[in-house]
Design a binder for this molecule. Structure first.
Ligand code: RAM
Length: 379
């Protein structure tokens, strides 16, 4: 299930709970609605620099203590803003919980390019590897070797194969995301009727493939009988390829009503193509995107509704799970419970089947709430 704010929620904001030196916050189980913060407008003209330099504001220092050693974060690709946000969340956790964090990774979403980074982390005796898989199976042997060397492996965002991680931190329930994608397409298609198509990420991405499969299952329900899925295109989380694929999709399916892009890179590219081809109001974009990346397209009507989770919290949770594995607080077995003080309102998380733990339900963004989410999430 998705968090949905009422359509008339203009003028309200999500509460941002700041804890310690972490900026991580998830209002769960439902977002807390508080009056919008008063935002002081920026001065119209830049003010002159003070004659006497003043000390730069200092960041809240990290507490001392916690774990020691290096934790390596390996996203699908390093040049994707989504993973920058997850890294920031993990950095916050490193500040709170100890240890040092290093991010490494390929510049394109290719699993074979992830393998050398896993091997290097292994030979350098990293304490833990946090990994978002470009392909569940291709990286599994390298991850198993790392685990055999005593390294804790935590999947986040896109799962490695079962058996090639200790815990997988899923951003949201997979079936719930699939249903949410179908529901948003149904909302956007006139009378929930017409042709729809998917613009995905890499063809081998575990997360997108699982969400699309769940969406297809939902689409078999009678509510969605008027929707016809034309096909799935792959933009590889690359802006250029995503643009080319969207253009090809529109050329092949001139009656297309909705593009569903369950990728933060693809959804922006799709909205840009719809905008540049003057298709706003004729073709609607939905899927998974960052509030900041999609703000203009929500307001223009190119993408009236889309969803995502708190990506900062996802990175924080992945790091916290690695720390609990290293401390021995959890083993990663189904039924293990643990708490992360700044997440889930301090309530415990429980590890489920296949050693998966779920961050929480995603949020749905629309014209009424997008500005508030941009302000509160900051991505
Ligand atoms: C892209 C990546 C990531 C996915 C998001 C929604 O940034 O493919 O894995 O979770 O989109």
């Amino acid at each position: 299930m998705f968090h949905r704010l009422p359509r008339a929620a203009a003028g309200v904001a999500l509460a941002l709970v700041l804890a310690g030196c972490s900026s991580s916050a998830t209002p769960t189980p439902a977002p807390v609605i508080t009056p919008a913060p008063v935002i002081t407008p920026a001065p119209a003209t830049p003010t002159a620099a003070p004659a006497t330099p003043t000390a730069a504001p200092t960041a809240t220092p990290c507490p001392t203590g916690g774990i020691t050693g290096n934790i390596v974060m390996l996203p699908k690709q390093i040049n994707n803003p989504y993973f920058d946000v997850a890294f920031k969340g993990a950095q916050n956790a490193a500040c709170d919980l100890g240890g040092t964090l290093t991010e490494v990774g390929p510049s394109s979403a290719d699993a074979t390019l992830q393998i050398p980074f896993i091997q290097t982390a292994t030979t350098q005796s990293a304490k833990a590897i946090l990994v978002s898989a470009d392909d569940a199976n291709v990286i599994a042997p390298a991850l198993k070797s790392a685990m055999a060397a005593g390294i804790k492996v935590v999947g986040y965002d896109s799962s490695p194969a079962v058996g090639a991680y200790s815990v997988f931190v899923n951003q949201a329930d997979t079936a719930g995301i699939g249903k949410g994608l179908a529901d948003m397409a149904c909302d956007e298609a006139p009378n929930c009727t017409g042709e729809i198509a998917v613009l995905s990420a890499a063809q081998t991405a575990t997360n997108q493939n699982a969400w699309i499969a769940a969406m297809k299952t939902t689409l078999t329900g009678s509510k969605y009988a008027g929707l016809k899925l034309d096909g799935v295109y792959y933009g590889n989380d690359d802006p250029t390829i995503s643009t080319t694929q969207t253009t090809a999709m529109l050329a092949a399916h001139p009656n297309l009503k909705v593009i569903i892009a369950p990728t933060t890179v693809g959804i922006v590219a799709a909205a840009q193509v719809v905008t540049s081809q003057n298709l706003i109001g004729k073709v609607f974009v939905t899927g998974l995107g960052t509030p900041m990346g999609m703000q203009t397209f929500v307001k223009s009507g190119a993408a009236p509704e889309f969803a995502l989770w708190n990506v900062t919290d996802l990175g924080y949770l992945a790091y916290a799970v690695a720390v609990d594995l290293l401390n021995g607080t959890i083993k990663g077995n189904p039924g293990d419970t643990f708490t992360v003080p700044s997440l889930n309102g301090g309530a415990p998380y429980t590890i489920g089947a296949n050693s998966v733990v779920v961050l929480g339900p995603p949020f749905v963004f629309n014209a009424q709430n997008i500005d508030q989410y941009v302000a509160s999430f900051g991505f």
